[in-house]
Ligand binder design. Structure first.
Ligand code: COA
Length: 278
């Protein structure tokens, strides 16, 4: 095991309601070790219900977003501890990705560089993803003799057309940010020097939205994907009714500002939350 301190493996900066969370092992291309996985869970715990955080951005220090799982510390060293060691390491990594998939706040992956294998777990977990055109994405597992586990095969099957997913998984060739956009892995790719500004703009739009509605919306999109139309219709009725019990004023204020006050148009932007009763 390395002498690295667990708390140093993730960097966090909160600014203007945006939490910038970084994989922070740049000298190891931000590959995910058990220490990093444990620290990431702590960071997510800490930020999830903080009042000064509304959007979480996940990015990487240095030239990588994340070079996937740490082949030495995540695979070799935990395997040496037997099945218990392997299962624990899996629980720790899959645990924070699952947590991120259903996170209370809106989440954005800002892919600044290398993104490999296990990195597809947190990439998929984020609600939105923006990449540098120069970033490189790869399912490199086939190149070192395993299948794309840790959810990675599921991620490409979910996000890409089947032929693209097969090619990507079987060939072990990397694609750049633009191709990742075309194949559905990210929302958009922009030149590296514009990436942070674009992500900040997107985050600022999300900050203006009703936060109860935003959480209900992101969960709904993930949930209904696996439902029949009728089940989805029913789920959405129940989910909205549950959301109303957390925030009944916001929705009424949104209707009032449009219908009575005529101060905004929902088709063109969000209502003014500052006028809403809490
Ligand atoms: N696991 C363990 N160590 C890793 C790693 C990983 N996934 N990715 C990078 N590193 C380590 C390297 O071993 C090296 O360590 P060292 O300085 O102690 O020798 C250090 O990080 C820097 O990596 P290096 O390969 O020199 O950087 P590079 O910029 O030339 O290349 C990559 C970057 C990402 C192309 C290359 O590191 C790589 O192929 N990594 C493995 C990616 C992968 O297959 N991940 C899938 C895991 S599921």
């Amino acid at each position: 095991m390395s002498a690295e301190r667990e708390e140093d493996t993730v960097a966090v900066k909160v600014e203007n309601q945006i939490a910038w969370v970084s994989f922070n092992r740049p000298e190891k291309r931000n590959c995910m070790s058990p220490k990093l996985n444990r620290q990431m869970m702590r960071v997510l715990d800490d930020l999830e219900f903080r009042e000064d955080v509304s959007v979480l951005v996940l990015t990487g220090e240095g030239s990588a977003w994340s070079a996937g799982m740490d082949l030495k510390e995540y695979f070799r060293e935990t395997e040496a501890q037997g099945l218990g060691g392997t299962r624990q390491a899996q629980r720790e990594s899959y645990g924070w990705w699952r947590r991120l998939r259903w996170y209370q706040k809106a989440t954005i992956a800002m892919v600044n560089g290398w993104c490999f294998g296990g990195g597809y777990g947190p990439l998929f977990a984020c609600d939105l993803a923006f990449a540098a055109e120069e970033a490189q994405f790869g399912l490199s597992e086939i190149n070192w003799g395993i299948l794309p586990g840790g959810g990675a095969a599921k991620v490409v099957a979910e996000l890409m057309p089947l032929r693209k997913a097969m090619y990507h998984a079987m060939m072990g060739e990397n694609i750049d940010g633009k191709t990742a956009e075309e194949w559905g892995l990210v929302n958009e790719a922009v030149p590296a020097e514009q990436l942070r500004a674009r992500v900040t703009d997107v985050a600022n739009v999300l900050l203006q939205k009703n936060q109860v509605a935003l959480k209900a919306t992101k969960d709904a999109v993930r949930r209904v994907k696996e439902m029949t139309y009728d089940n989805a219709e029913d789920y959405l009725v129940r989910a909205q009714e549950a959301a109303n019990s957390f925030d009944n004023h916001g929705r009424k204020e949104g209707i009032k500002q449009f219908i009575d006050d005529k101060t905004y148009k929902p088709g063109l932007g969000a209502y003014d939350k500052s006028k809403q009763k809490s």
